[in-house]
Design a protein. Structure first.
Lengths: 322, 247
């Protein structure tokens, strides 16, 4: 009985969600008095053995080239083979774009109950219950897994990445039977240098209060200074001021950064649903009655066009940027 | 082209989230039920767009639930779709629901099965992927674009920090999200037509459930906002750096 973490990668690099899943698996294994192992699929440029420093002792590697890109069906099949061979009783994945693709199929294959969107370690005192985010961040549910094998898909930014002081992990080549993928990936387009919104620790977000797409310069500048991702409210994406993938909220992306700065956003219930798991919320709005202030930790009542340039200057001073 | 669209009901986005029975049940009193936005705006409207280009396409809608979901499925039919199937069962967990839909999907031999990326109440993002595995079909999740070229489906899906394009042949299961299609409002003609479209009720097959909700919990209330004067941005930067330690 062991805990198996799935290490997902993009273009050879370990994703942030994978480090979180690994840290979670290691903590869970120690809670249960067992060991954590991991599985890597495809070719990695990152050093696999070095993942040992997060406390994992053994890593199964299926180096087949057909696994360089995601085909959910094939990945679920290969992970199931590794899980069976390793005798894994619990499998942990990130609930990121890959995890959402793979975990449900894996659940069916292994007849293993899945809790996706987990936000904390399970309660294993009496049964096996996992806390997950529901109602788009407005509540949590405690979900019991009744099957022998269990799968947990961990929400991004919900569990801190911790080094456990181990040395290199043993990397063991695993000979899996890999089916030919039916999904052929033809292109991968990533915005180079930008922080992915779902993984970002800081997010600077703009709403209709910014009046038009031409005014996003200051949002981008502030984001850049803070190493942040940019986001927006739904009407801003719907009117194509900003790309769709920046839309956060109940019907967009749900995020949980350490810091969310909302500029010219009223704080409608559907918007709050997707951002209220942020650890610290700053609201800048000229209307003191804007509902967002009720959900905020810090607020400035004022005109964004006057306030934001001042903040940019102060952040520059803090960061020592001329 | 035969398309199956999975439809779930969900509470209206403004519904008050509260729980009863010692926090074991969602308080449904006064809650308005809508079509889960991802199912409606993206999966269903995408299917309708396909049919507008190719009138020979057939769209079936499927939902799992009691008679109380019929207004929701009628509303979906008012937007489009040729007929609906309601599988008359409770929804104990995603696996049970996916098993029910899989049974219907097998009988209809569909080329394309579309689902929303997740529901806005359970946020489990599981039905599409489980269904694909039960049907032994490929699965593409979080699709933001979809085009048909004969039997080939060209899909763009979201990944961290960008997007990925892929090709897959039908039959395939796809989960849909923003970008796929523009939300529509049903018109009078659609609403009238929906009244006479077939809505078949079928009984569930035997299936397990793997998980069960034990209880719910609301997040702790925020302590209250600390206001900072508009003319003192330095103070905001200081508290974020020194108190909150987030920059
Ligand atoms: C089913 C459904 C789902 C939805 N899902 C989402 C979702 O996922 N995400 C989402 O965001 N919305 C969603 N919405 C929309 C939501 O209800 C709101 O309409 C939307 O969030 C409002 O966007 P906004 O705050 O940018 O604009 P507005 O509500 O117009 O607010 C603009 C704000 O800017 C302030 N402002 C104006 N000028 C300035 C200035 N110069 N300086 C500072 N502040 C200024 C105003 O005081 C105001 O508070 C959904 C709605 C429905 C019905």
């Amino acid at each position: 009985m062991s805990v198996l973490a799935f290490i997902d990668q993009s273009e050879g690099q370990v994703k942030k969600g994978a480090y979180e899943a690994l840290s979670y698996a290691v903590k869970l294994a120690s809670q249960l008095g067992t060991t954590a192992e991991a599985v890597v699929l495809g070719k990695l440029t990152d050093d696999i053995a070095a993942l040992g420093k997060y406390g994992v002792k053994k890593i199964y590697h299926v180096a087949d080239e057909q696994l360089n890109h995601l085909d959910a069906q094939v990945f679920a099949d290969v992970i199931a083979q590794v899980a069976r061979a390793a005798g894994a009783k619990i499998i942990v994945l990130s609930n990121n774009s890959d995890g959402k693709a793979i975990a449900p199929g894996l659940s069916v294959k292994l007849k293993a109950g899945l809790v996706s969107g987990a936000v904390a370690l399970p309660d294993t005192g009496n049964g096996f219950t996992v806390k997950k985010s529901v109602f788009s961040g407005k509540a949590f549910a405690h979900v019991a897994i009744k099957t022998d094998i269990k799968i947990i898909a961990l929400n991004p930014n919900s569990f801190s990445i911790t080094e456990a002081g181990g040395g290199n992990a043993e990397v063991s080549a695993f000979a899996a039977a890999v089916n030919t993928p039916k999904v052929k990936v033809t292109a991968v387009n990533k915005v180079k240098g930008d922080v992915p919104l779902g993984e970002a620790e800081v997010v600077v977000s703009g709403g209709r209060g910014l009046k038009g797409p031409e005014n996003w310069g200051m949002i981008e500048e502030l984001a850049k200074l803070l190493g942040a991702a940019t986001a927006c409210s739904r009407p801003v994406a719907d009117t194509h001021w900003r790309p769709h993938h920046e839309h956060v909220g109940q019907t967009g992306l749900a995020i949980a950064p350490n810091l969310y700065i909302a500029i010219g956003i009223s704080g409608a219930i559907q918007h709050l649903a997707g951002v209220n798991r942020s650890k610290t919320i700053v609201v800048i709005n000229k209307d003191p009655e804007a509902p967002f202030f009720k959900a905020a930790d810090y607020g400035i009542v004022g005109d964004a066009f006057e306030v934001v340039p001042g903040i940019i200057e102060e952040v520059k001073k803090l960061k020592g940027v001329a | 082209m035969k398309i199956l669209v999975c439809i779930s009901k969900s509470p209206d986005t403004t519904a008050k989230i509260a729980f009863t029975d010692n926090n074991t049940k969602f308080a449904t009193d006064g809650v308005q039920w809508i079509i889960n936005p991802y199912d409606e705006w993206y999966a269903l409207v995408k299917a309708i767009e396909i049919k507008e280009k190719d009138p020979s396409a057939v769209i079936h809608l499927v939902t799992v639930g009691g008679a109380d979901v019929e207004p929701v499925i009628r509303k979906a039919l008012a937007l489009g779709g040729d007929e609906a199937i309601r599988i008359n069962a409770d929804t104990p967990d995603s696996y049970y629901v996916a098993c029910q839909i899989a049974e219907t999907a097998k009988q209809g031999s569909y080329d394309l099965v579309l689902a929303g990326k997740e529901t806005i109440d359970h946020n489990s993002a599981s039905i599409g992927g489980m269904l694909a595995e039960l049907l032994e079909l490929p699965y593409v999740s979080l699709a933001t674009k979809l085009e048909l070229n004969g039997n080939t489906v060209l899909i763009t899906r979201e990944i961290e920090g960008g997007e990925e394009s892929c090709e897959v042949n039908t039959p395939v299961v796809v989960s849909c999200q923003k970008g796929m299609a523009e939300a529509r409002i049903p018109n009078m003609r659609g609403i009238m037509a929906a009244r006479t479209k077939p809505l078949k009720v079928v009984e569930p097959v035997a299936a397990d459930s793997f998980t069960g909700i034990v209880s719910f919990e609301l997040p702790p209330a925020k302590a209250g906002v600390k206001l900072i004067p508009a003319d003192n941005p330095a103070e905001l930067v200081r508290v974020l750096h020194e108190e909150a330690k987030v920059i």
